[in-house]
Design a protein around this ligand. Structure first.
Ligand SMILES: *Cc1c(COP(=O)(O)O)cnc(C)c1O
Length: 366
């Protein structure tokens, strides 16, 4: 659908990112997290590319996402990271996702439904090595495994944990978690499951965290979790945000712009209106600090960002209705990065990406 503001996904760059990660991880399998609408990039389209690029499995965090993938006929295995919600067990089992189990209580609940439906379910054991979000304690893992085996409706295909501090290089606690996971695996002996630990930070900075499978989300979409750029130039963002100028006017000096008149023109100025706002996920907190690109130059946001539009002060420069505005991305020599926007909005790329709404079409450039 045509719309005056849109997100562009550079699918060629996205494929490059997947290949670059493949090269880094050697023999490890590649689980691509596609939760939260593939970090705002578009769940089903990204999943289709992942399938073409022979990714090993997709990571989701809830039933809704797993069902969307099934409805789009994506045939890759789906790993459900999220904690299991009691009311959704039926549907989770029916959609065939591999489930995460981290307590006997949930194991029993799921087993009960498995028996009723005569379904055998693939599961991953989640161990808490220090994230302290979900996961069985390392010292209780063996009991949980024995319990799950006794229930006779599960095949344990994975065991995993999550790193809390790997977005930084040479972080002490990340190494502690890697060591803890290693020690646990040794104590459990050889098994036919996949052990996995590495998120983006793990893949980027901790080769010892790779194990049998990796789960890098942010990195696959082109961002190092500490804001570094890939020196080899292989991994780069594939997301950009654009709009067409929707209105042009000339305003006298000293006039207030937008709600509250918090911004005032310093002299006679050309003001253009951009047709997207905080209702699309373009943060209101950007208004005093953020810039946009028009005709290859940076211009300041003028006044608070409204739900569906905001204004930009172009001074005495030229720009007219229909001109391309880039809010995240490049124009000529200038670039506004997602990291710049994240810092200005006191946020992180994860949150900004996930915040862009359904109203903005995703355009997939081949
Ligand atoms: C979201 C998620 C990931 C991916 O994290 P990134 O920091 O984006 O690499 C990996 N594992 C689990 C369990 C997750 O929930």
């Amino acid at each position: 659908m045509m719309h005056p503001a849109w997100i562009e996904i550079d699918t060629i760059q996205f494929r490059k990112n997947l290949k670059a990660i493949r090269n880094r991880i050697g023999k490890s399998a590649f689980c691509l997290p596609v939760k939260a609408d593939a970090y705002g990039h578009g769940l089903c389209e990204i999943a289709k590319i992942a399938e073409e690029e022979k990714i090993d499995c997709l990571g989701v965090s809830c039933l809704q996402e797993a069902l969307a993938l099934k409805n789009a006929n994506i045939s890759l295995p789906i790993l459900h990271f999220g904690a299991i919600c009691k009311e959704q067990i039926d549907e989770l089992l029916e959609c065939g996702a591999e489930l995460t189990i981290s307590s006997q209580y949930k194991a029993e609940l799921v087993a009960k439904t498995c028996r009723e439906k005569n379904i055998f379910c693939k599961v991953h054991i989640e161990v808490d090595t220090g994230m302290r979000r979900t996961g069985v304690k390392p010292e209780s893992t063996i009991q949980l495994i024995e319990h799950i085996e006794k229930l006779n409706c599960f095949e344990i295909v994975g065991i995993y944990s999550h790193l809390a501090t790997s977005d930084e290089r040479e972080n002490h606690f990340a190494n502690t978690q890697i060591q803890c996971f290693k020690t646990l695996l040794q104590s459990l002996g050889t098994r036919s499951w996949k052990a996995h630990l590495a998120n983006s930070g793990g893949v980027a900075f901790y080769p010892e965290s790779l194990f049998d499978m990796v789960r890098p989300g942010l990195l696959a979409y082109g961002y190092f979790p500490n804001g570094e750029k890939d020196l080899s130039g292989e991994i780069a963002p594939c997301f950009s945000l654009h709009a067409h100028i929707s209105y042009f006017k000339v305003v006298n000096g000293g006039e207030g712009i937008s709600y509250g008149h918090a911004y005032k023109t310093s002299h006679l100025s050309r003001i253009v209106t951009i047709p997207l706002g905080h209702g699309d996920g373009y943060r209101r907190s950007l208004w005093k600090k953020g810039n946009v690109l028009i005709r290859g130059e940076r211009y300041p946001i003028a006044g608070v960002i409204c739900m569906d539009q905001f204004m930009v002060d172009i001074g005495n420069k030229e720009a007219y209705v229909g001109d391309l505005v880039t809010l995240i991305g490049k124009q000529k020599e200038e670039e506004i990065t997602l990291w710049e926007i994240s810092h200005l909005a006191d946020s992180v790329p994860y949150e900004i990406l996930c915040g862009f709404g359904k109203r903005l079409p995703r355009i997939f450039k081949k």
